[in-house]
Design a protein. Structure first.
Length: 53
């Protein structure tokens, strides 16, 4: 699956920043290190236009 296909899928199903953030914020309870990395990935997805904030 290419980045463009992932982008289309996210947009097709109405996945936005708040949905991703809310679903993944539980990571913070287990590991701050992993959470920091997850946040970077989420922020990168916004910069790439894959998620809307």
């Amino acid at each position: 699956m290419t980045a463009n296909e992932r982008e289309s899928t996210l947009q097709l199903f109405g996945v936005d920043y708040s949905k991703v953030y809310d679903k993944k914020k539980i990571i913070k309870e287990g590991s701050n290190t992993l959470w920091n990395y997850a946040e970077e990935l989420i922020d990168d997805s916004i910069k790439r236009g894959m998620l809307e904030k």
